[in-house]
Design a protein around this ligand. Sequence first.
Ligand code: IMP
Ligand code: MG
Length: 346
Amino acid sequence: MRDRGHVSVVAGGQWGDEGKGKIVAYLAVQDEPEVIARAGVGPNAGHTVRVDGEDYGLRQIPCGFPHEEAELAIGPGVLVNPEVLLDEVERLSRFQVDDRLIVDERCAIIEPKHIEAERASKHLSDEIDTTGTGCGPANADRALRKAKLARDVDELSEFLGDVPGLVNEAIDAGEDVLIEGTQGFGLSLYHGIDYPYVTSKDTTASAFASDVGVGPTRIDDVYVVFKAYATRVGEGPFPTELSREEVIEKFGEEILEVERGTVTGRPRRIGEFDFEMAKRACVINGATQVAITCIDRRFPDAAEAETWHELPTEAKKFVEKVEEAVGVPVTIVSTGPELEHTVDLR
Ligand code: IMP
Ligand code: MG
């Protein structure tokens, strides 16, 4: 009998926007898993993937779509906004997404009333400063056992399936599976340092495995992704936050333009890399490997490097410092938005 397939989970180690989209797309194209399954909260996430010079912003479809042979699944734990999903299917038609997408029939649905409720709630919109995508109210309805499920939505019928069944059968048949998480450690409903300034679900690797229906004994690798500095959108404590002046001095003025929310367009708060939080994120996620992104924004001479040798000394020192602080090997360093701008040390 063939050995079972390899299962990897990708999780964010900060407050989201670590560049998971690029890392997932890279792993998908490089490692060619047969199934790529989206986990996480729902369309509050915004991931950007650049393929051949073109940027694709995604909120529902797995970021591994550039690997065109893979099946693309959305696990039952994920909230689905049918309008957002169908729009992405259309925008990604070049990649034959409609032929390979499977949405679990048990995904809970975000309805217009959830978005309205979020906007009308001062607590959510103003105090927590949520994304306005209806995720919190939809997860609340789900917990109250009154949410609509994907199987109740006609427009989704052609995509419906049993994602946990499919994923586990794939693993048994020796196929590899890449599980894609969203948000980040600092936004976890359970593990974020600063409840209530968090999202509406746990956002660590165990939750992502559960979101797609894979048991903990079947996970082989957990990649935790960190940006080479920290950002946060929305309210809440940010221990290493820098002032606007400090940001410009340290990283240059351009970074203020780049660091805007994919979903909301809000400017992101920017700060120093938080080594202590990174360590905790690695522990609680059970990290086996670490990926560092946007190293070129911190060390411009690192831009577009493809080998360790090409990285400037300062960038190498930073990578080594992260590795020492978290006690997990840094195996992937992203040096630019294109997939080939990646140093793969695995
Ligand atoms: P919600 O997830 O829309 O309820 O928002 C809760 C908090 O999580 C807010 O501070 C949001 O800005 C933040 N958040 C949710 N999703 C993301 C994400 O994908 N990237 C960055 N921040 C996020
Ligand atoms: Mg994002």
